[in-house]
Structure formats: C-alpha cells, structure tokens
Design a protein around this ligand. Structure first.
Ligand code: NAD
Length: 312
C-alpha cells in the first residue's frame, strides 16, 4: 500500500484530497496544525488507512514509516486568513515548504506543491498560461500570500534541480465545494451564506472583475493526475468558465431561490481585475478537463450543506 503525507490535510482542499486518496487505497498521514482547518473535516476517516498528526509545518517533521508521496497544502488560503496571519503565511510558505521538501527528499517521495493563480498577480495576459511570470505587488497586504507561494515555487524547483527531488507544482485557481467555512471571506461561501439568510449579497467594486470557479472534485482529480505524472514544471488546474462577480452573485441568488438583493462594497487593495486559467498544458499532459459546471457545482454544495444540517 502506497503512503501519502498530506500537509494541510484538515483544511477544505486537503480533506477532499485525503478522502480521494483513502478511497483509492492509499494510506494517508494528514499533518495539520488546525490553524484554519478543522478535525471535523476528517473525522469520518478512520482505521489503518488514515492517521492525523497535529504538527506545525514550520517545525521539522519526522515520519517513522516509508512515504511515497508528499502533498504540501499547508498554508492559510483565504484573504481573511492570510491578512490576519501575515507572518505565519510567509513562514509556512518558506520554512514549511523547506520541511515538506526535506521530508520528500529523505523518503525519496514524489512531492506536489499546492501553489496558486495568485502568483500571476493582476495579470497583463488573459487567460493566464504557465509561461506568464506574473504582476505581483510584493509590498501590498496580499504580498504575504502571493510572494510566499512564489518563493515556495522557486524553492521547489531548487530542490528538484540541485537535490534531484521528484517535484511538481500545481497552480490552483479558485475552487469551491462543501467544507468551505461560511465565514472564510471567499466569494462562493459568503454569497451562499448571505443568500440563504435572505441578506444582501455584498459584491466588491462594481462586480465587473472576473473569476473562474472550479468544483472541488474536478480540482482533486487534476491534482492527483499531476502527482501521478512525471511532470516537474507548473501546471494550471482550474475551470476556464469565466464570469464576473456580479454574475456569480446572480447565479447564487437563482440557485438558492433567495430573495436577497445585491449591494456593492469597496474593492479590496490589489484585487485582480481578471482571472482565468489557460488549461492547455493540463489537457495535453494529463488529459484533464473540468466536468462540473458552475450551476451544477453550486447545487451539489447546497445539497451537501442540507444533508449536513439534517444529520446534526
Ligand atoms: P484551508 O485554509 O481550508 O486549508 C489550509 C490548511 O493548512 C488548514 O487545515 C490549516 O490548518 C493548515 N495549515 C496552515 N498553516 C499550517 C502550518 N503552519 N502547519 C500545518 N498546517 C497548517 O485552505 P484551502 O482552500 O484548503 O487551501 C489549501 C491549499 O491550496 C493552500 O496551500 C492554498 O494556498 C491552495 N490554494 C487553494 C485555493 C482554493 O480556491 N481553495 C486556490 C489556490 C490555492
């Protein structure tokens, strides 16, 4: 049985990845300090194929058993979290990534870095291909996240080139699904929470900025295909279906059947104007395409929330 370490495994994406790997028959060691994640996300995973280690990735991580794969997802990811935790975000992107790469080197494991579309900053090229170097403000408030991920990418390539570690880098575009925290500040859970309470949906700016939203099952499938490939250079994984924030709010109102109105609020500093992945590389290298459209994905999230509230 192959063994995977998933750092940040108790978070939104990490817990879905743990589910997927356990279902595939792997043994999973979930490493998380619960800074923004929760044990509730993994409490259904029990038995020999899953274990949880409460550990801060900025400290050295020792694992007693063999490890075949290291998925490094540990990092605050929502703007609310990384603006609240600027130094911790920089530390987990730097020391945390060193420690995760060190583990992969020691165990001769394949390593996957969860990077982000935020490495492209406010992009001058649209849609964004992996060859675009980005337009990031290093000293703005969001710089702590964007630059931590850019450093983590540089570090990953250095471990690959100098130390021979078998690495890959996934640039994740906005992803949504069940287990997102209703108050984590990201657009979809915020809009769903507001719509279900029949409160006004708060759209930043005039809502003309665009985003592309990927359903979590599609994202996890792409991420695992990349880990199973021999690729070392970054690969975008995201859904190229692009829409404005205002259109997203209107979609959520429709799908939830809410009576909420839409209101506008000040745009956050350095908010990117556009965001859409060019997924040509993922298509060619991995044969990967997203399969779940926005409306279907939103319905699945609502159904999952409903099932959860009934079982409480
Ligand atoms: P999340 O906040 O739900 O999960 C992050 C997890 O990392 C949490 O469980 C948290 O407790 C853990 N963590 C944070 N600091 C840690 C530390 N020092 N040591 C150990 N664990 C630590 O966020 P998410 O949306 O699941 O994001 C997971 C990864 O994917 C992040 O690296 C994020 O940058 C990346 N990503 C996510 C998205 C998205 O749309 N969700 C987009 C781009 C990139």
């Amino acid at each position: 049985m192959a063994t995977a370490v998933v750092t940040g495994g108790a978070g939104f994406l990490g817990s879905h990845l743990c589910d997927h790997l356990v279902a595939k028959g792997l043994r999973v060691i979930c490493v998380d300090n619960l800074e923004t994640g929760s044990l509730q996300n993994v409490e259904h995973l029990r038995g020999d194929s899953f274990s949880f280690v409460n550990h801060d990735m900025t400290e050295h991580l020792a694992v007693d058993e063999g490890v075949d794969l290291v998925f490094h997802l540990a990092s605050p990811a929502s703007p609310i979290d990384y603006l609240r935790l600027p130094l911790k975000t920089l530390k987990v992107g730097s020391y945390g990534t060193h420690n995760a790469l060190g583990l992969a080197k020691f165990k001769r494991a394949r390593f996957l870095l969860a990077s982000t579309s935020e490495v492209y900053g406010d992009p001058a090229i649209h849609p964004q291909p992996e060859t675009y170097w980005g337009n990031v403000n290093p000293i703005g408030p969001r710089g702590v996240y964007d630059e931590a991920k850019r450093y983590a990418e540089a570090l990953t390539m250095a471990y690959h080139r100098q130390q021979g570690v078998d690495t890959c880098i996934v640039r994740i575009f906005n992803t949504y699904g069940k287990r997102m925290r209703p108050n984590d500040g990201r657009a979809i859970p915020t809009f769903i929470r507001q719509a279900q309470a029949n409160e006004p949906l708060t759209v930043f700016g005039d809502g003309s900025q665009t985003r592309s939203f990927c359903y979590v099952d599609d994202l996890i499938r792409g991420l695992v295909l990349l880990a199973e490939s021999g690729e070392h250079l970054p690969v975008n994984i995201g859904n190229p279906q692009e829409l404005t924030l205002l259109e997203l709010a209107e979609n959520v109102v429709r799908v939830t059947g809410s009576k909420s109105e839409i209101v506008f609020e000040a745009l956050p500093v350095d908010d990117p104007q556009v965001r859409q992945p060019d997924i040509t590389r993922a298509r060619q290298l991995l044969g990967w395409e997203p399969q779940v459209g926005l409306e279907e994905g939103l319905r699945r999230v609502l159904e999952a929330n409903e099932r959860e509230s009934l079982s409480v």
